[in-house]
Design a protein around this ligand. Structure first.
Ligand code: GRF
Length: 211
């Protein structure tokens, strides 16, 4: 596929960027999407170096430079638009976005969350899963809608919770799955197979809840 026909993806990050790396690695092969820009709200995010190493343009928009969430989101939106993206992916982006921002990118913004949503939205998902004693845990890729971690689900990966797991062991087991399902979801989107219609996710025109 010629480069110009690939789906243009912008990634938002705040930290280490291993999911970003999984997307960069996928995009380096025969893949219908390319990462055209990476934006971090923190200039010390390790993921920026991953982007530079892959030859992708990186940018920093620090939330500290803005007096309100609205002003930050507006600046962020403008910097994203400079990359002319078809798809926006949140890859460990640790800021809550305004409803206006989310609505602007509705149907073309994905997030990955380290739990089997709707279980454990928010932070500390692995510790909370252990505390709750659930037998299974996992990760979810979903379209982003205004309610945090509640958007329509595209794909989930399940892992067992073992008796002697601690937070770190469980997190690593989940993360391996994250690195598998996020590129897959982006692949589907880039192939034009994935659509958000109301609250439903369609894959090849058929409603989907989880795979
Ligand atoms: C991942 O666990 C992801 O699910 C969550 O934030 C973490 C980011 O990790 N949204 P990384 O920066 O991709 O390594």
């Amino acid at each position: 596929m010629p480069t110009s026909a690939r789906t243009r993806v912008v990634a938002l990050i705040s930290g280490r960027g291993t999911n970003l790396q999984a997307l960069l690695d996928a995009a380096a092969g025969d893949f219908p999407a390319e990462i055209v820009g990476i934006i971090s709200n923190r200039e010390d995010a390790a993921g920026l170096e991953r982007g530079r190493a892959a030859g992708v343009a990186v940018d920093v928009v620090s939330h500290r430079d803005f007096e309100s969430r609205e002003a930050f989101d507006q600046a962020l939106l403008e910097r994203i638009e400079a990359f002319r993206p078809d798809l926006l992916v949140l890859a460990g982006f640790m800021r809550i976005l305004t409803d206006e921002f989310v609505q602007y990118f509705e149907g073309r913004m994905l997030n990955i969350h380290p739990s089997l949503l709707p279980a454990f939205p928010g932070l500390d998902t692995h510790r909370r899963a252990l505390d709750a004693g659930v037998p299974e845990h996992g990760a979810t890729v979903h379209f982003v809608t205004p309610t945090l971690d509640a958007g329509p689900i595209i794909i989930q990966a399940r892992v067992p919770v073992e008796l002697d797991d601690d937070e770190h062991i469980l997190a690593a087991r989940v993360l391996r799955e994250e690195h598998r399902i996020y590129p897959l979801a982006v692949h589907w989107f880039a192939q034009g197979r994935l659509r958000l219609r109301g609250d439903a996710v369609l894959l090849d025109g058929e409603p989907l809840r989880s795979v």
